[in-house]
Design a protein around this ligand. Structure first.
Ligand code: ATP
Ligand code: MG
Length: 417
C-alpha cells in the first residue's frame, strides 16, 4: 500500500475532548475516527489491527472446538422477559427501539438469553453435549462513562463464547480449556506478561467468576497480584476468607490498576431453567443444561496495547497485530531512489509481507514523524546514500535499533518473523 493512496491522513492534534492516550494516538495516526463520545469509526489501518486481533482469538476458539455463529442485533422482548432482564431498572445499559407495528425490540447489549433460546432448539440429548459456540458481534450499551477511548465504548465488537455441558464436571473441564485458550491469546497478542488470571465476583449465579486483567493505568479496575503464583484477586472480592481459600497472604500481594480484557463465567443451570433448556440423559430422564459464558473485548485489548506500548512519538505495534510489517520511507525525488523503493515494495508483496510505502512528495522530517506515529515494527529508509552503499537503513520501532541490510537479508528477516 502506498501512503499517497491511503484514504486517511495523519493529523497533528486529537480532538480537544479526547483525553485517553489510546484514542489520541489512534486518531492522530488515522486508525480511528471519533464520531461521538464512546462512538468510534474504524478506518482502514485500525480495521486491519482489529481484524488481526480477532483472527488470533478466532484461531484459539476454533482450536478448542468452538463453532462460529452470528446472532442478531435486534432482540425480542419476550426472550429477555424470561429472565427479568428486559427491565431498565435491572439492566441499565439497554438501547431500545420499536417496529412500525409498535412491537418493542432491544438492541443487543448482550446475547446470552438469545443464545439459550436458539440452542435449546438444537440440543436435546446427552449425545449432543458438550458443545460451544462463539461470535464476534456488536454490543450496544448505554454506558454512563465513556472516557477511556476505545477501551469503553457504547458500540463495540465482543467475542462471546457460550458452553453447554451435561453436568458440573463436564462444564469445569470446558471452563479450564477456555482458560488455557485465553492464556494463549493474550500471549500471542503480546500482553501475556502483564495479564493476570483474576478471581472476581460471580454475580447472581456463582460465588466467583474469573477475569483476565492487564496492568494498565487507564484501566478502571483494581486488583491485588501474587507475583509468584501469577494470579490476582479483584478488590471486589478481597476478603480474608477468599484469600484463605486461594492460599494467598494479604502481605504478599501488590495492588495495581488494571483493565479487564476478558472474563469467564459459570451460569450453572440459572439460564437453562427459565428457558426449560433440558436434554434427555442416558436413562431417559430430563436434565437442565449447564452453561458458561466467556467474553473478550478485541477493541479494549487494542486500546490496552496502545496504552502499554505507545510512546511519546506514537504507536508501537507488536508484529503479530501490526497492519503492516514494514514502512518504507523513500527520500527525495531522485528517479533511481524511487525505482529502488518500488522494487523493495514489489519484493515484499511477492514474499507475502504486508508493506506500506511512503511515496509522498513531503520532507524527510515529516515522513519520519509519520512513520513513528503510525508504529509499524520496521522502518526502512531508501535514499541516494543507501543506494550508493548498497544496503538499507533498517530501524526497529520498538527498540530504536538501527542496522544496515541488503535486500535479501531484509526480505529474509521479515519472512521469518
Ligand atoms: P466492564 O466491567 O469493564 O464494564 P463487563 O463486565 O461489562 O466489563 P462483559 O459484559 O462480560 O464485561 O464483556 C466481556 C468483555 O467485553 C470485557 O471483558 C471487556 O473486554 C469487553 N467490554 C465490556 N464492555 C465494553 C465496552 N463498553 N467497550 C469495549 N469493550 C468492552
Ligand atoms: Mg460493563
Amino acid at each position: 500500500m502506498r501512503v499517497s493512496q491511503l484514504i486517511t491522513k495523519t493529523r497533528k492534534d486529537a480532538p480537544a475532548d479526547e483525553t485517553a492516550k489510546n484514542a489520541q494516538l489512534l486518531i492522530k495516526a488515522g486508525y480511528v475516527h471519533k464520531d461521538a463520545a464512546g462512538v468510534y469509526v474504524w478506518l482502514p489501518l485500525g480495521r486491519k489491527v482489529l481484524n488481526n486481533i480477532i483472527e488470533v482469538i478466532r484461531e484459539e476458539m476454533d482450536a478448542i472446538g468452538g463453532q462460529e455463529v452470528v446472532m442478531s442485533t435486534l432482540q425480542r422482548k419476550d426472550v429477555w422477559e424470561r429472565t427479568n432482564r428486559w427491565d431498565d431498572k435491572i439492566v441499565d445499559v439497554w438501547f431500545k427501539t420499536a417496529y412500525k407495528n409498535g412491537t418493542e425490540a432491544g438492541l443487543a447489549w448482550s446475547h446470552e438469553e438469545q443464545m439459550v433460546d436458539t440452542f435449546r432448539q438444537h440440543i436435546d440429548s446427552y449425545k449432543d453435549l458438550p458443545k460451544s459456540v462463539y461470535q464476534f458481534q456488536n454490543k450496544l450499551r448505554n454506558e454512563t462513562r465513556a472516557k477511556s477511548g476505545i477501551m469503553r465504548t457504547r458500540e463495540f465488537i465482543m467475542k462471546d463464547m457460550y458452553s453447554f455441558s451435561k453436568n458440573e464436571d463436564e462444564h469445569k473441564a470446558l471452563y479450564d480449556k477456555v482458560t488455557g485458550a485465553y492464556v494463549k491469546i493474550f500471549n500471542r497478542l503480546g500482553i501475556g506478561e502483564s495479564t493476570y488470571f483474576t478471581v472476581a465476583s460471580g454475580g447472581a449465579f456463582a460465588e466467583f467468576s474469573h477475569e483476565f486483567q492487564t496492568i494498565c493505568d487507564a484501566g478502571e479496575d483494581v486488583v491485588y497480584i501474587d507475583d509468584k503464583k501469577r494470579i490476582a484477586v479483584n478488590e471486589e472480592v478481597m476478603r480474608d476468607e477468599v484469600l484463605e481459600g486461594l492460599g494467598l497472604k494479604r502481605e504478599e500481594l501488590r495492588q495495581s490498576k488494571t483493565a479487564e480484557v476478558g472474563n469467564i463465567f459459570s451460569f450453572g443451570t440459572s439460564k437453562s431453567e427459565p428457558f426449560n433448556f433440558v436434554y434427555s440423559d442416558e436413562n431417559g430422564g430430563q436434565q437442565h443444561v449447564v452453561m458458561g459464558s466467556y467474553g473478550i473485548g478485541p477493541a479494549r485489548v487494542m486500546g490496552v496495547i496502545v496504552e502499554l506500548m505507545g510512546d511519546d512519538k506514537g504507536l508501537v505495534w507488536p508484529k503479530n497485530i501490526a497492519p503492516y510489517q514494514l514502512h518504507i520511507t523513500s527520500l527525495g525525488n531522485d528517479e533511481a531512489v524511487i525505482a529502488d523503493a518500488e522494487k523493495l515494495h514489489a519484493s515484499c508483496i511477492e514474499a507475502g509481507i504486508e508493506v506500506l510505502w511512503d511515496d509522498r512528495d513531503v520532507s524527510a522530517g515529516e515522513k519520519f514523524a509519520d512513520a513513528d506515529l503510525m508504529g509499524m515494527p520496521i522502518r526502512v529508509v531508501v535514499s541516494k546514500k543507501t543506494l550508493e552503499g548498497g544496503t538499507y537503513e533498517v530501524k526497529n520501532r520498538q527498540t530504536g535499533e538501527i542496522t544496515s541490510q541488503n535486500l535479501d537479508n531484509l526480505i529474509n528477516m521479515l519472512s521469518n518473523n
